[in-house]
Design a protein around this ligand. Structure first.
Ligand code: AMP
Ligand code: MG
Length: 331
């Protein structure tokens, strides 16, 4: 199959909607990462997403809507708290989990009785959903296990020959996937951290962070968010988090350098690649740098530990998985 890469325009959005209406899949931009979209209510279309990504069948998809009304047929009940969060954070990188109705096929929900819903802020994404008139299931448009795509070129690397069309809207502004939450006993339970932070959510209700966010789930342990149990976001190189800053990180780099080794530092540092001084910049650059590591044939990637505050928690969560939970202590 020939894969076309087209800039976002009224015309290309129209073309994307036409493919989606015919049960096909299209890669679309969102503010978090590029998504591999299909009609969320058509089980055959959704199945082809799993095939193109090589994604495990029990890992449910997020359903993307372009207006609040679109959600009503999908869910049995919308708690007051969810309405308040939607008012504040939609359109934006917040995904909320609700009990689903029969309208949502099992393929989309990964066999669960719940469905994850989000309204993306990216104009191209919303325009395409609006033109379709149905919600789109859209997991990250990467091959399962690889770093998520934050540029259309990344999608092309993974999906060339597998899908007919990629809509290019430049770099994703946030750069990491959405915050996923569910509601438990009136509290907000964070299953996956993202652009809408724990601190922002705490203005609305008590917030708990799922233990799978910062730790490896034990074998056979039941996880609330199936995506948390898989190795994820990783380049071919071995990634390690280094728990050191400043002079300690500098010394670590001096002691561990090698031809096929790269270092990612929080800010500019000699001999390192800068993945950003702030958590926002780190989120924006992380996946592109992990892909870059593959392009230049790196075998080892050592990453200075990020802050866990704000969006930093999302950066840390993705890095932990990319590093298969390996953290090096230097003292
Ligand atoms: P992705 O589509 O790659 O951004 O991944 C979606 C994430 O949302 C995965 O970690 C899923 O496990 C999680 N997710 C989607 N639907 C549900 C659900 N109904 N319950 C819990 N987690 C969900
Ligand atoms: Mg993904």
């Amino acid at each position: 199959m020939l894969t076309e890469l087209e800039k976002y325009t009224e015309e290309s959005a129209e073309k994307a909607a036409k493919i989606l209406k015919n049960g096909g899949i299209v890669a679309i931009p969102t503010e978090t990462v590029y998504g591999l979209a299909a009609n969320a209510l058509d089980e055959n279309a959704v199945r082809s997403i799993f095939v193109a990504k090589g994604r495990p069948q029990d890992n449910p998809l997020i359903v993307h809507i372009s207006n609040f009304e679109m959600m009503k047929p999908l869910v049995t009940d919308i708690p007051e708290l969810a309405k308040r969060l939607a008012e504040q954070f939609w359109a934006g990188p917040l995904t909320m989990i609700f009990d689903k109705t029969e309208v949502v096929p099992e393929e989309t929900s990964g066999g669960l009785s719940t469905v994850a819903v989000r309204m993306p802020a990216n104009e191209a994404a919303r325009e395409i959903i609006e033109k379709c008139g149905f919600p789109l299931a859209a997991p990250s448009a990467n091959t399962s296990g690889k770093p998520s795509p934050t540029k259309a070129e990344h999608v092309f690397e993974d999906m060339n020959g597998k899908i007919p069309l990629i809509i290019d809207d430049g770099e994703c502004s946030v750069g990491v996937e959405s915050t996923v939450i569910c509601f438990r006993n009136g509290k907000i339970h964070i299953l996956r951290p993202g652009g809408i932070t724990r601190e922002m959510l705490a203005e609305f209700a008590e917030v708990e962070v799922d233990k799978a966010v910062e730790a490896a789930p034990k074998a056979d342990e039941k996880v609330l968010s199936p995506g948390m149990k898989y190795k994820h976001y990783s380049p071919k190189a071995d990634v390690f988090i280094v728990n050191a800053h400043g002079d300690d990180f500098k010394k670590f780099c001096q002691d561990n350098g090698g031809e096929k080794t790269i270092f990612l530092s929080c800010g500019e540092r000699e001999g390192c690649m800068d993945y950003g001084e702030t958590s926002e910049i780190q989120a924006h650059r992380l996946f592109a740098l992990l892909r870059h590591a593959d392009e230049i044939g790196a075998e080892k990637v050592y990453v200075e530990i990020p802050s866990k505050y704000g969006v930093g928690l999302a950066v840390y969560n993705r890095l932990l998985r990319a590093a298969a939970f390996r953290i090096i202590e230097t003292s």
